[in-house]
Design a protein around this ligand. Structure first.
Ligand SMILES: C[S@@+](CC[C@H](N)C(=O)[O-])C[C@H]1O[C@@H](n2cnc3c(N)ncnc32)[C@H](O)[C@@H]1O
Length: 337
């Protein structure tokens, strides 16, 4: 494929692309999106009055939402554009509100990307707490993981070949959407989610929505220090490696391998970086997200991940392609001999 021929307007669109992102963040963060999703069309004045916002600024926001096709105009009232009534309803099963708010939380850090490229270090930000005393952004983070996983998890159990009678560890499973969905889709599967104690409330919140939620076990622990239980037939390690440096990845994969039964499978889901012919910009951008946010995290190639697996004694490592068609997340599989 020949390289893209850039025009001035292309550069301009990319340079100010964050204005559109910030408009979406504000639509969700102010409650405008949720209000329109739940109660239907409203004028800017009505939105400002119901949500306690500045009337002039709210009018500017909804005009921008209209210009970005996030909203449609009905007389003087604004409604969410088709599809967004459920995607931006915070209580809808496929809601993306928390993912949007997590992205909004990341904006200040990303504005210092150039500094991280100079120093190789993450961006330092003052520590903040939410109103409930939790580290700021934690609720958005775990619920964003949930929102993203809910878009991906359905149907993946079959892809993994999970079967009744097997045991599965969803390692660093966060809110546990994958382990819970795999259990729902595989009667007779015994599923365990392992994550830090701070993830437990978000797991419990999610488990309450799943038919087999009460049967899925949550082990609270640190994967670098604590026992993972087992042995298991399958370990599912989704979106975890990118948060760690190569040595920690080697150790984590070795630990995951150590709790596999002979013949068991380790499935890694990651935003696998393709340095030669990237099909999607997301994995490379996600790698930069790890640069600004973590000490040593980064995106890994399929060869890197297979290297970690081979180092752990796993065999037959294979890149299995995107988790779902068009998804930037992909699967890599290895087997315990
Ligand atoms: C990006 S999230 C992925 C969550 C989930 N696997 C998914 O795909 O939606 C990374 C997870 O790793 C967990 N984690 C990070 N460090 C950990 C540690 N030392 N021990 C256990 N879990 C850890 C985080 O709490 C978080 O749930």
């Amino acid at each position: 494929m020949s390289p893209k021929q850039w025009k001035p307007e292309d550069v301009s669109r990319l340079a100010h692309g964050f204005w559109a992102s910030a408009t979406l963040h504000a639509a969700v963060g102010t409650g405008v999106a949720a209000r329109l999703a739940k109660k239907g069309p409203a004028t800017a004045e009505a939105l400002a009055s119901e949500l306690g916002l500045d009337p002039r600024a709210t009018r500017m926001l909804v005009i921008a939402m209209h210009a970005l096709e996030l909203a449609v105009k009905q007389g003087e009232a604004y409604a969410l554009a088709p599809g967004l009534e459920t995607l931006l309803d915070p209580d809808a099963p496929r809601s993306l509100n928390n993912m949007v708010m997590h992205m909004a939380d990341l904006m200040p850090v990303w504005s210092h990307l150039a500094e991280s490229v100079r120093s190789g270090k993450p961006v330092e930000m003052p520590e903040k707490k939410d109103s409930n005393g939790e580290p700021a952004g934690r609720a958005h983070f775990y619920r964003a993981m949930r929102d993203i996983a809910r878009q991906q998890a359905t149907g993946t159990a079959a892809r993994l070949g999970l079967a009744s009678g097997q045991s599965l560890l969803d390692l660093a499973g966060g809110p546990g959407v994958y382990g819970l969905t795999f259990a729902d889709e595989t009667p007779g599967l015994s599923a365990t989610v392992f994550d830090l104690p701070g993830a437990k409330p978000y797991f419990q919140e999610e488990a309450a929505l799943h038919p087999r939620g009460g049967e899925v076990r949550f082990i609270a622990g640190d994967y670098q220090k604590n026992d993972l239980g087992g042995p298991y037939d399958v370990v599912w390690l989704s979106q975890v490696l990118h948060g760690e440096g190569p040595q920690e990845c080697r150790e984590l994969i070795a630990k995951a391998a150590s709790v596999l039964k002979p013949g068991g499978a380790l499935w890694v889901q990651e935003f696998v970086v393709d340095t030669e012919e990237p099909k999607h910009p997301w994995p490379a951008l996600f790698s930069l997200n790890m640069l600004v946010n973590t000490e040593e995290g980064q995106g890994y190639t399929a060869a890197d991940i297979c290297g970690f697996m081979e180092n752990a004694g796993l065999t037959g490592c294979s890149y299995e392609g995107p988790t779902r068609e068009g998804s930037p997340a992909s699967l890599v599989k290895g087997r315990m001999p």
